[in-house]
Design a protein around this ligand. Structure first.
Ligand SMILES: [Zn+2]
Length: 307
């Protein structure tokens, strides 16, 4: 860095630059004549310095962004390789509003690791819910809910739902065409009827046992008019050809096996191969095809408040 590139007009060096003897001839150097050109030269140099610094910053920023992105992709791939390796793991209900991004990442990941086709995205449960209570009766996304958490008042007395009854008869007719004879052992129950039934079970088996297979009055789905016990309401119905047909075809008519095997802790009731509930064909197919229960679909509990 040579001093005579700058003038004392530009910097305060603490001395007068015109007094400096740069070439050692014992005389101060002459600057005055060159002064008009120098500021221009200086500005250009400073400008180029700025541009080089700016370009360096930009280049470093781009490099940093690329490094961060590659690091994040690596992390993502590591995370996603877990469910792929353990393909039997339960699909965790995730609220995903960008399935395309996931698919891209998964396909990239499988290309690298296994070369397998990416699995189709699995539906996420529970779904978003809109809960409304009308005269003490709970509806979630328009579906009437009765379980151990959501009861109905003693005064609720809707009778058999005509749509559910019509679909039930349609299902029975279709079964009969295949030589399967189905009939209704128990359908609509009033609050009082359920109360007598439950009290009898408690007297016979005790409250704790009765609660596993019979609902307290106000908490029985039979009080909805949407529920039917088909044929023999006991475990001897399990695995019969009638029970197999019912499980296989009930969703086509809008019914679900309401208390599935293996879901006892979620529904609050033992497996009932004979107990069907009308929810409409669309919802019935989703629930039966995904082997979930109504509580899992809506993400709700089934527990008595005072237990
Ligand atoms: Zn039942």
């Amino acid at each position: 860095m040579s001093v005579n590139r700058y003038t004392d007009d530009d910097f305060d060096y603490g001395y007068d630059i015109d007094d400096l003897d740069i070439d050692g001839d014992g005389q101060a150097e002459e600057h005055d004549k060159e002064m008009p050109r120098r500021p221009v030269k200086k500005r250009r140099r400073v400008k180029w310095d700025n541009i080089i610094i700016l370009l360096t910053i930009v280049a470093l920023s781009v490099l940093l962004v690329l490094l961060i992105r590659s690091f994040m992709n690596e992390q993502k791939d590591n995370n996603e390789s877990l469910p792929a390796a353990a393909s039997t793991a339960d699909p965790q209900p995730t609220v995903s509003d960008k399935p395309q991004v996931q698919t891209t990442d998964e396909s990239k990941m499988t290309e690298i690791t296994t070369g397998n086709e990416p699995e189709p995205p699995k539906p996420a449960f529970p779904v978003e819910t809109d809960i409304t209570v009308v005269d003490g009766v709970t509806y979630i996304n328009g579906i009437l809910i009765i379980n151990k958490t959501y009861g109905v008042p003693e005064s609720y007395d809707p009778g058999v739902d005509p749509t559910a009854e019509a679909k039930l008869q349609e299902m029975y007719a279709a079964a009969a065409d295949e030589g399967i004879i189905l009939w209704t052992a128990s359908g609509y129950r009033t609050y009082d009827y359920q109360k007598n039934l439950y009290d009898d079970y408690v007297a016979r088996d005790g409250k704790e046992a009765a609660d596993t297979y019979s609902a307290r009055p106000g908490f029985s789905e039979h009080e909805s008019g949407l529920t039917f016990d088909v044929c023999d309401p006991s475990s001897s119905f399990d695995n019969t050809k009638e029970a197999e047909w019912l499980k296989e075809h009930c969703a086509e008519y809008g019914f679900i096996i309401r208390y599935p095997e293996g879901k006892e802790d979620i529904t609050g009731f033992m497996y009932e191969s004979w107990h069907v509930r009308y929810v409409g064909e669309e919802l019935a197919k989703i629930i039966m095809e995904n082997d979930i229960c109504l509580e899992e679909y809506f993400g709700i509990t089934s527990e008595y408040a005072d237990d």
